[in-house]
Design a protein around this ligand. Sequence first.
Ligand code: TRP
Length: 339
Amino acid sequence: MANIYNSRPRVLSGIQPSGNLTIGNYLGALKQWVEVQRDYDCFYCVVDLHAITAGQDPVELRQKTRESAAMYIAAGIDPEVSTIFVQSHIPAHSELAWMLTCMAPLGWLQRMTQFKDKVGKQNQESIGAGLLNYPSLMAADILLYHADLVPVGDDQNQHLEFTRDLARRFNHLYGETFTLPSVMNPQAGARIMGLDNPTAKMSKSETSDNHAVFLLDDVSRARKKIMRAVTDSYRDIRFSDEPERAGVNNLLTIYQAIKDESREEIEGDFADKGYGDLKKAVAEAVVSTLEPLQARYNELMNEAGYLDSVLKLGREKASAVAEPTLKLAQDRMGFLAPS
Ligand code: TRP
């Protein structure tokens, strides 16, 4: 599974430090990052360069970047096992992203559904070009580390496909350089939906009150949000793809992702129960996830210096991999090496 560059198969992933992390981020990404960290050489990045594609408040970006890194650790990523780093600390990301941007066909970029969705909501004249080039930066993140596997929610599969296509194009034009990454979607909970609108993915930037449970919500508030989740007027509790049953399906998906049980077991547990029981069980499961995570997070944020030392080490480890890859790509593209 490893490639010619790495002795151990490598994993890379990232989350934007914009908004507050939700249980969707935890169940759809962080939880899986933790589970794979002993089987792979893992690089987990706080993608602050991506966060500025939608505009940012400087004070908030800096704060959220620290909070995100602390949340990675609180969720169970061990900085002595995995590499935790900040994307902008490694200039190679920006440099390779530019080189890839120049090779990325405009047509491919314009076809990205995430771009189309985001642009659809805004005025074409005023959106930043970074939103269009976002996938080239993500490709740089992945290709710099010769990542074999990229754990992401399935909404990112198209960006992964783009990364592979771009890597293939580079290798074809300039000779074998990049490793083609594969996507790794979590088994359950790849896509946690909004509690208030279960047909749209739970988002940390959605502002309505009952949309998301945030990882730092106090537990009584988290409970309330789950108890208020949108359901339907049927009675039976089972997994379903039908759009009108999306609310119940989402609650079951959250439950399954936390409990790591099969669909059959879970449907069995709720066979003679009502929606109220389901919501209570989901709320308890969510609270039991949040409590230890929040305790660890608060410790970390009060432990002056520790987080900085983790990010410093992460920067060194990431740089040691990214720099040689950037040099190789620059050489292949024909840049004159500085003497
Ligand atoms: N685009 C990803 C998301 O929104 C975040 C991301 C940026 C990422 N770079 C990455 C994910 C590299 C995996 C690998 O979820």
